[in-house]
Design a protein around this ligand. Sequence first.
Ligand SMILES: *Cc1c(COP(=O)(O)O)cnc(C)c1O
Length: 394
Amino acid sequence: MSHSLPKDARFETRAVHAGQGPDPNNGAVMTPVYLTSTYAQEAPAVPRQGYEYSRTTNPTRTALEENLASLEGGAWGLCFASGLASTNALMDRLVPGDHVVCGNDLYGGTYRIFTKVFERYDIGFSFVNTTEPGAIAAAMTPATKYVYIETPSNPLLSLTDIAKAAEAAHAGGALLVVDNTFATPYLQRPLELGADIVLHSLSKYLGGHSDLIGGALIGRDDAVREELAFYQNAVGGCLSPMDAFLVLRGTKTLGVRMDRHCQNAQAVANALSEHDLVDRVIYPGLPDHPQLMIAQAQMAQPGGMVSFELKGGVGAANALASATRVFTLAESLGGVESLVEVPPSMTHASIPPEVRRAAGLADGLVRLSVGVEHQDDLVADLHQALDVARQAAG
Ligand SMILES: *Cc1c(COP(=O)(O)O)cnc(C)c1O
């Protein structure tokens, strides 16, 4: 059903068309939501177009998988019921005794599935500061199967040099997995920098409207695809056709949305930097970001996420997050609406306080997902909430 797009079609064009084309039966321009569990066969065990059962494959999901593969510059994509279901599928390839080197400020749920689920199966994890050159190589063992990084990381927006991480992973015979949820392929394409597998929570920017949960793996090597597709079907954590449709609607506008997310985030980061109640603003578009050179080398723009530390600690942070009127107090990120959250109390509460602090996650940390509203309204909202926080801080 794919369009025969020109080979050199650019990102924004592929975002709208890749994997999709008018329906061969009736010309429907939008890929239909194939709400079917099973497919009529020509003869026993002879499927008509490769489709037999929707846990294994579904045409709406196939369209999204092709679309995402095109956007990330991969050979294939596989979609799952959540970002964590994608992580789970990756881990299903490992056996007891295997080892993973990973970043030390990963998404809280990633830390949880590694330590609470897969450590029980005797898979080892080394959490290291992957922003430090040499840290990955030093943590590799002969049993290391994956180097698993997030860049920008969550919530500290620290950056890891993807090309160097790929070298270190490959030198030790491991695959480099990059969680590209925060950057999206519009801003950063890890496969082009040497990564082997890209992971996404589709629930964030790719869906883009905070109306679904989904995940994806995108890669290059067909043998790895076969294994992961086996676990997608055998374990069953596949994306539903309705959610695949919603993500397809989201990716069409990814570039337009990301441009506005980035503009607004830069405006918000600049305004916060000038505020006396703010200790530190973390944004890859500010000149004092610790890995500014990496941002400029591997990201097209600095992204839509901004974190900052408030003077007055968690009391002030909680007061600010409760006082905003345009920013909604909620977990998650990447939707058109602006969100505010306090990671130590919310998304990262599953990480023990001492582990959190050791990774540089201050108690007064606030994380913003800057939406596509008017930037003046966003800055004004933060100013009035900072006034409330100032009173709370005394
Ligand atoms: C949300 C998120 C995940 C997990 O995705 P779900 O869709 O919530 O399961 C993984 N990584 C990052 C960076 C995320 O933000």
